[in-house]
Design a protein around this ligand. Sequence first.
Ligand code: ATP
Ligand code: MG
Length: 875
Amino acid sequence: MEAKQIRTTFIEFFQSKAHQFVPSSPIVVKNDPTLMFTNAGMNQFKDAFLGNETPKFSRVANSQKCLRVSGKHNDLEEVGVDTYHHTMFEMLGNWSFGDYFKKEAIEWAWELLTDVYQLPKDRLYVSVFEGDSSDKLGMDQEAFDFWKKIVPEDRIIMGSKKDNFWEMGDTGPCGPCSEIHIDLRTDEEIAKAPGRSLVNQDHPQVIEIWNLVFMQFNRLADGSLKELPAKHVDTGMGFERLVRAIQQKSSNYDTDIFTPFISYLEEKSGKKYGQDEQTDIAFRVIADHIRAISFTIADGQLPSNNKAGYVIRRILRRAVRYGYTFLDFQSPFLYELCPLMASQFGEIFPEIREQQDFIAKVIQEEETSFLRTLDNGLKMLGSIKSEMKEKGEKVLSGKVAFELYDTYGFPLDLTSLIARESGFSLDEKGFQAEMEKQKTRSRAASESETGDWVQVEEESSVEFLGYDQLESESKIIKYRIVKEKKGEKYQLVLDRTPFYAESGGQVGDTGWLLSDSEKIRVIDTKKENDLIVHFVEKLPQDPSALFTASVDRQKRSLTMNNHTATHLMHSALREVLGDHVQQRGSLVNERLLRFDFSHFSKMTEEEIEQVEKLVNEKIRENVPLLERRNVPIAEAKNMGATALFGEKYGDFVRVITFDPDFSVELCGGTHVPFTGQIGFFKITSEGSVASGVRRIEAITSVEAENYFRQQEDLLKEVYDILKNPKDVKKAIEALLSERNELKKELDVLHLEKAGQVKGQLISQFEEKDDHKVLIAQVSLPNVDALKKLAYELKNEVEKSLIVLAADIDGKPQIAVIIDETLIAEKGYNAGQIVRDLAKEIQGGGGGQPFFATAGGKNLGGLPQVVSKARELFLG
Ligand code: ATP
Ligand code: MG
């Protein structure tokens, strides 16, 4: 059975058992501070399990894009080394929200695997939670009894908390589970050792394929378990592992999910898969990582220097590095796999096909820049190696290895490999120590401890009123304390709130909570899953009081100007630049709007002007807002509403229209009632953020007015400075041309001076053995003049060694230049000499063996440079 059919069969099987199919949620997680990437099928249903949200269907089946490269579930180091852990994989799941429980989950799993997929029963093992005393939980007798009805008892294994108690993170929904394992060894091997003894022992052919989780508890921050209001089933089956079992392969990479990638890489590299363990790992790493990289970029996460973006960058670099070292790929190659990605996965995940060109462009750019870094790192390592050889050192320090890792992205194994090739060993302990130090540093910077919610009112769903009003009578449902390095923060949830929580790029509202006796400042509002969380300066004395929740009107109103202007600009950009313009990121606050979008070249002045004009026209037209809530998603799409990639839309959406022929977008943000309120729109900058992504910053209303006022003031000052000329442009041009004339004259004078200095210096050379030495302190206008002087002296005086200690406009500088024959005879090295001398001026530098320069901080050290050099070369 082909992979595609295996996936469809799964969905159809559960549809026949009254399950509703739901699409995968994005792989990049927004609105959840505890998670960067979706790491299990259950993530998108977290609220349903916690009871924050009533699920629309009580039975659901899906295939979820997952990524396990950070946090609690991190398989990155295994990937490629073994043949059954991926970074990105599909998790097939069936779900019951307060509907069926253990019995059906167990029976259906067995039916699907053995009847439908025809997996051999005598190769399957199942496990049951054995209980755990620290959690005061007994064994899962219920699951055991259901299993006993369908499988012989010797195929049921008791599992520990580590394997048979599933938890999403440190806190949150969890429960005991039953895993299904399959023994894929050959008959011969099976005869030697029973499969039972190999379950959960990391054997590459005896692997877990399906995990049936029985959600019963919520893990609280203090580590205790609380029963959930209703019991649920959450199952997860690794699609790639299932396909391997059905297709009877000994590795996931031998299934038709991966073989096209491996074949492509074989052809490109001229190497064969399956002949050498190291190159095999490289093949697998690349075939795996291209999926993780493509899917996350498609869902809106670009590689970058922090958080989720950095995780993606590291995965990409890992792939490039394996290709570089083991498959001899010296130029970008990953991006060439994008068409294959589109044809393999475009059908079930259309975002991969729709954004194929964009994804390729981003990857290619990242690869190019990393290959350059890799090159620089190799050069740096090269010069360190030669220095070590000179000094007779044998061990590459952990510090150097860490610097290579940290700034050049060199994994330890690469550095160690290169070191070994040159006969060095590597101080791995030292490296680990540096790594620990950095971890401690970043931990200390970000450490926070989130307390459990303290319930004040009975839990109810929260009502958001902020589209229609800026004030409401509200009660606190619950609050909690977050301890951070800087002190305590407080968060609370209201039963009804006018506060808009940060999302869709729009910042959260600020404002106040007022009771009869207190006024508490709300400093921010954020979403956590679907909960609106208010960040407050202090906790109220009486949390159960009735409050007036009041939004800062001015800030909100300025923010709305910018949000509506963003929509207008988005449409204007598409009109001026073309339909390929897609939103890639957005920030809207009371001061400005920032908008990232896909476009491949710098915008011209004219294009910027056209966009500004179009937006300002729409502002002057005073277009009214047309807001429609709860529009079925299909209908919204028919209206031509612009939707964003990587955004999770429900079945019903909000549609914001400003002129049906101009701007229709799916949006949850707040907008002005009439565009006239925006006043004026002005783009302040346009630039590049990543390959194929441009960023515009713009301002409106008050800020735009301030901007023009400042420009006007500036111009006035310029007039003032120039003593109010009739034509300011002409006056400045005249000044500039006068300045150029003066500069030319000055250059001539400098040259003359340098000539004089040179003349004096030539007479100061001293004889030493068979060569000439000049050590002198000089004063020169700039570093170029110093270099020029050094070169000229060397050319005019044969077989010379020259040390110049220069005062360059108050800054100390050293130049050392040595005749090539002297270098060969005496083994001098200008780079080393200059570094040594630079200590006297508290500086550093370097260069080539025949010429090197150094700058420093201590001008007073120049005489010492001279005396030290005299000792060295004339002493
Ligand atoms: P393992 O012990 O093999 O790492 P797990 O216990 O971490 O698996 P679960 O968290 O229970 O796995 O996830 C459910 C299913 O998802 C597993 O049974 C397996 O089939 C699949 N799976 C888990 N991690 C990966 C991965 N990194 N790559 C591919 N499939 C995976
Ligand atoms: Mg695992």
